[in-house]
Design a protein around this ligand. Structure first.
Ligand code: GDP
Length: 225
């Protein structure tokens, strides 16, 4: 059999795209509040609404991205001490409540003792496996580094938990646009070899705001998926 070129999706009508981005912007500009920090799964709120989780290596820019996404500077605390934040931070979006954002503890700090890493994996794996309302994990990857061995372990963990996840590149402003696009395509090719990974990778910069409207729209698409 010869290779078949699969038809790619037709490009979205620009007006439809603009509407989608604007709708998502409005949701994130509306009511959005910190609910609680859960050191253990039993402290999580009742799973009543869809949830979107954010995960990534410590220092990947997760707090900055959450702050940029929500347009609230102090929402997520930046520059966490390694191993200190082993909690799942929960944010309510919408009034009435529409969905929740879950900020997962950062992983992979070189200085983190083994028992902290193990505690992270247990907490996260139990959460991922047991949370029926979890619609998608956004896995943040530093655009300068691409997928590191520790990230590949997390990809495997997510595949095993059978949770839908999408890779989001952070700190895109730190490299040249051509380099950023090359990394995005490379990571996209890697993502396509993972069964639970979403096939497209988003590039963002919390500093410059690039990719943030698209990320908001991706969250909304995942919430309603
Ligand atoms: P976290 O540990 O994953 O929550 O990471 P932080 O949000 O605390 O960010 C770690 C460091 O990277 C901080 O010094 C941030 O100012 C910086 N940083 C985060 N996002 C960006 C970005 O988009 N561009 C640039 N240039 N720096 C960033």
């Amino acid at each position: 059999m010869t290779d078949i070129d699969l038809p790619s999706d037709p490009p979205e009508d620009p007006r439809a795209l603009a509407r989608r981005l604007e709708d998502a912007r409005r949701v994130f500009a509306g009511p959005l509040d910190f609910l609680l920090s859960a050191p253990k799964l039993e402290f999580l709120p009742e799973p009543r609404v869809p949830e979107i989780a954010f995960a990534g290596r410590s220092n990947v820019g997760k707090s900055s991205l959450l702050n940029a996404l929500t347009g609230r500077q102090g929402l997520a605390r930046t520059s966490n001490t390694p191993g200190r934040t082993q909690e799942l931070n929960v944010f309510n979006v919408g009034e009435p409540l529409s969905f929740r954002l879950i900020d997962m503890p950062g992983y992979g700090y070189a200085e983190a003792p083994k028992d902290i890493v193990r505690a992270w994996q247990n907490l996260v794996f139990d959460f991922l496996r047991g949370r029926a309302v979890l619609k998608r994990v956004l896995l943040l990857i530093d655009a300068r580094h691409g997928l590191k061995p520790v990230d590949l372990d997390i990809l495997k963990l997510l595949d095993k938990a059978a949770v839908s996840y999408q890779i989001v590149l952070t700190k895109g402003d730190k490299i040249k646009p051509t380099e950023l696009e090359a990394t995005r395509l490379k990571v996209e090719a890697q993502a396509r070899t993972h069964p639970a990974a979403f096939p497209t990778v988003l590039a963002t910069s919390s500093e410059k705001g690039e990719g943030i409207p698209e990320l908001r729209a991706a969250v909304m698409a995942a919430v309603t998926a």
